[in-house]
Design a protein around this ligand. Structure first.
Ligand SMILES: Cc1cc2nc3c(=O)[nH]c(=O)nc-3n(C[C@H](O)[C@H](O)[C@H](O)COP(=O)(O)OP(=O)(O)OC[C@H]3O[C@@H](n4cnc5c(N)ncnc54)[C@H](O)[C@@H]3O)c2cc1C
Length: 323
């Protein structure tokens, strides 16, 4: 038996979608290695979160009631103690900002090898993991020769687990050493435009260099309003200072998993695709029939965005601004 302990994630009172991806990734690994899947739910409204992650394929859920928000030192201690208590062979953590904050400490504390940013598992006697490199141009397979490991999995690579589960939920009494808590979250301050988390949006209208100049933004904003979407972009838009950094999709921006992603004047460079390939339905509007975004798109409109976008705004009952 090679048991897996997967760690869930929440922020500001809400379970993050990546938690349900951790259930799928954890089940995948547990099936490959022949073991049980345990989930850790740490801090915040643990009972509600445990209920939400109780999906098919979960064998047991362990809650650690300590504090409200994510805390690096609490997570590191709680995960380490729980993994030890369960004798779990594999500790799975999200390759998120928070996950990367405590995963190395967990690996160090448990003397485990750490493999980060994993996108797939397979097993041939021993565990093999796939990682992507050079912005997704190269895939590497790594044999994990030890039979225990700490692993972080890339968000949006596994589907969100579905189906109600019936795993037993139990409280784990972690012995948190408060003298080891070196920092705490005292509050949140929004940066400009920070009210929007594009990684949680269900419908994104995303713009690229094809919009040519900042003066054309109101046209796109009218489409965003008419469709009740959220605005995101490729990197050049952020580099030009037309939108804040938290709107950037891609390798050095955010990974998004909306139901619908409309890419307007975006070529589909690998660094951009790394952030949006997990979208359910991709629509591309681009004049260049050879643009790589068309390799990925479910629907393509090979036309000038300055003709297509006003037509879409009208179709959705919005008003086309003069730009
Ligand atoms: C280390 C590194 C990290 C990076 N990280 C990111 C990242 O996180 N996110 C990211 O996006 N990029 C990232 N990049 C940059 C990336 O390589 C591309 O340069 C960038 O994604 C291109 O953005 P774009 O598609 O908007 O622009 P372009 O590649 O210039 O594409 C513009 C597209 O608009 C189309 N177009 C032009 N006019 C019209 C029109 N009137 N109507 C319709 N279509 C039109 C063109 O045909 C073209 O396909 C990174 C690069 C590096 C080296």
């Amino acid at each position: 038996m090679s048991d897996v302990l997967a760690v869930t994630e929440h922020r500001r009172g809400e379970l993050r979608d990546v938690s349900l991806e951790m259930v799928s990734a954890g089940r995948d690994l547990a099936d490959e290695m022949g073991g049980d899947l345990h989930l850790a739910v740490i801090s915040g409204d643990v009972d509600a979160y445990a209920d939400q992650v109780n999906r098919e394929g979960v064998d047991a859920i362990h809650t650690v009631e300590y504090g409200e928000e994510f805390n690096h030192d609490v997570y590191a201690q709680a995960v380490e103690q729980l993994a030890d208590d369960l004798d779990a062979e594999y500790v799975l953590m999200p390759n998120s900002v928070n996950g990367l904050d405590y995963a190395p400490a967990v690996a160090e504390g448990l003397s485990l090898p750490l493999v980060t940013d994993v996108v797939d598992f397979s097993a041939d006697g021993e565990l093999e993991v796939t990682r992507e490199q050079y912005g997704g141009k190269v895939e590497t397979t790594i044999e994990v020769s030890e039979d225990r490991a700490a692993i972080t999995t890339r968000p949006a690579e596994w589907p969100q687990a579905e189906g109600q589960g019936d795993a037993e939920v139990s409280a784990f009494d972690a012995d948190i050493d408060e003298s080891q808590i070196q920092s705490t979250v005292t509050g949140f301050e929004e940066v400009a435009g920070g009210d929007v988390d594009i990684s949680e949006a269900e419908f994104l209208v995303s713009i690229g260099r094809g919009i040519e100049e900042e003066e054309n933004l109101p046209l796109i904003e009218a489409l965003v309003e008419a469709t009740d979407a959220t605005l995101s972009s490729s990197r050049p838009i952020v580099d030009n200072g037309w939108l804040p950094a938290n709107r950037q999709v891609g390798q050095s921006g955010k990974v998004v998993t909306p139901d619908v992603y409309i890419a307007i004047g975006i070529s589909g460079a690998v660094q951009h695709v790394a952030g949006m390939k997990g979208a359910d339905t991709i629509v591309a509007i681009n004049t260049d029939p050879n643009a790589p975004i068309y390799d990925l798109a479910d629907y393509g409109i090979e036309d000038d965005l300055f003709d297509v976008v006003p037509a879409l705004i009208e179709e959705f009952g919005g008003e086309v601004p003069d730009v």
